[in-house]
Design a protein around this ligand. Structure first.
Ligand code: 4AD
Ligand code: MG
Length: 435
């Protein structure tokens, strides 16, 4: 057996013990007769100290020439050392073995590189300290999402990825051959969740979704992960309560587990702590338009917000803000009309503060069969492919609501990242399909 017995994240439990760490060489420094090998093992980075006395003469001499990212097994005694970088512990080495020596220069040396170069080397870039931390925070966020729904009475229902029809509008579909017909990669599991909510009450799906959006912005991926809850007998207000509960829980969970990591990423954690406090703000679309006009934007009632508007709008709020009641004209066919004003939708977007913008889109669904039939016509959608969806209204229709939260935008907001490309292990963008 060679599996590691200890990991760097557990060093606090190993003080004064002699342990073995299996990892890779992150960096090496020398200071007089002392050498410091920084070793990473995927859970952290630890400084290992070598002196001429601590290992054989041969190993001491070789120790400052081990190429970066060579794989290494180190043995030694763990010491608490507040000055030690990254973890506050160091290992006084008694021995080490190289598993595989890197024989050509590691492409991502510890210096500045352009984003394109780093993206081309994404398979290696994810080894670096910051990227590594972001991926760990992403994993915490995904788990927090699942925990929130699983512990609040929601049933996980997996939605299909091959679909026969559009959910969010036909212009952003990836088409693929499906035997002797066409299929599309899913844009959203929502329509399936609506059917599932009538079967199981409160449900959610969580998986990859695809949008052939020709947008090269810091907020758009062509493949992203979305969690989509759907609840029978819920209205827009109930829906926002779920969304607020979820986002607040995600932020609190990340803060509890990763406060130090966030600080290392230079994220302002006080802002996040404040943002986690419920209730979030609630404004109507019409108010948002007024705020934007005051800020000097050339925008009028009926326009949709672009990224720039979202940035400006959300810089004015210190917590997430729901924007509700958009004009029905600019929204998807399934949105419920506001009974008080049928020109408006019973919908909401949740915008993250500090310029981040939309992380959630959702709302109440049209539950009236005839109004829905009309909407399908108005949107020029083929009714035949929606017959199964219309059955949800034919057989025991009830008010219901749900939303979709994009994982990558949430990670970007919580980690304080400018662009979503660093929030997913291997991003798919309009101009990037590899590695
Ligand atoms: O607002 P959207 O398009 O809503 C829906 O898909 C609904 N059917 C969801 C539902 O009600 N069940 O997308 C929801 C969220 C956005 O707020 C955003 O966070 C994310 O999905 N998103 C994207 N993330 C990255 N890249 C893209 N191209 C995205 N498009 C949407
Ligand atoms: Mg949206």
């Amino acid at each position: 057996m060679i599996k590691p017995e200890f990991y760097i994240r557990d060093l606090e439990k190993c003080v004064d013990k002699e342990i073995t760490i299996c990892g890779w060489v992150y960096n090496i420094r020398s200071s007089g007769k002392v050498r410091f090998i920084l070793v990473r093992d995927g859970t952290g980075i630890v400084q290992c100290v070598i002196t001429p006395k601590s290992v054989s003469q041969e190993k001491f001499e070789k120790s400052d020439k081990i190429p970066q990212e060579s794989s290494i097994i180190v043995r030694g005694r763990v010491k608490k050392e507040s000055r030690a970088p990254y973890c506050g512990y160091e290992i006084e080495l008694t021995d080490y073995d190289i598993v595989s020596t890197v024989s050509q220069e590691y492409p991502i040396a510890l210096k500045e590189h352009g984003v394109d170069f780093l993206m081309n080397h994404r398979h290696l870039w994810i080894r670096s300290y910051q990227q590594n931390m972001i991926l760990r925070i992403r994993a915490t966020i995904v788990k927090a999402i699942r925990d929130y729904f699983d512990s609040n009475g929601f049933i996980l229902v997996d939605a299909p990825i091959f679909t026969p029809n559009a959910c969010e509008g036909t212009s952003t579909l990836f088409e693929t051959n499906y035997f002797d017909t066409k299929a599309y990669l899913t844009q959203s599991g929502q329509l399936y969740m609506e059917a599932a909510a009538m079967a199981l009450g409160k449900v959610y799906c969580f998986g990859p979704t695809f949008r052939a959006e020709k947008s090269k912005t810091r907020r758009h991926l062509t493949e992203f992960w979305m969690v989509e809850p759907e609840m029978a007998y819920y209205d827009l207000e109930d829906d926002m309560e779920v969304a607020e509960g979820l986002v607040s829980y995600i932020i609190e969970t990340v803060l509890a587990k990763h406060e130090k990591d966030l600080i290392a990423l230079e994220r302002n954690v006080e802002n996040l702590k404040n943002a986690a406090r419920k209730p979030f703000y609630r404004i109507r679309y019409a108010e948002a338009i007024e705020i934007l006009k005051k800020a000097g934007h050339n925008i009028k009632f009926g326009d949709d917000f672009g990224g720039d508007e979202e940035t400006v709008l959300t810089k004015q709020f210190d917590k997430p803000v729901f924007v509700t009641h958009y004009p029905i004209e600019i929204k998807a066919f399934y949105m419920k009309r506001d009974p008080k004003n049928p020109e408006l939708a019973c919908n909401m977007d949740l915008l993250a503060p500090e310029g981040y913008g939309e992380i959630i889109g959702g709302g109440q669904r049209e539950d009236d069969l005839n109004i829905l039939l009309d909407a399908i016509k108005r949107h020029n959608l083929p009714q035949n492919v929606f017959e199964w969806y219309l059955d949800v209204r034919r057989y025991g229709s009830v008010p219901h609501a749900g939303f979709g939260l994009g994982v990558e935008r949430t990670v970007a907001y919580i980690c304080g990242l400018h662009h979503v490309r660093e929030t997913i292990p291997f991003p798919r963008l309009m101009d990037r399909l590899s590695p």
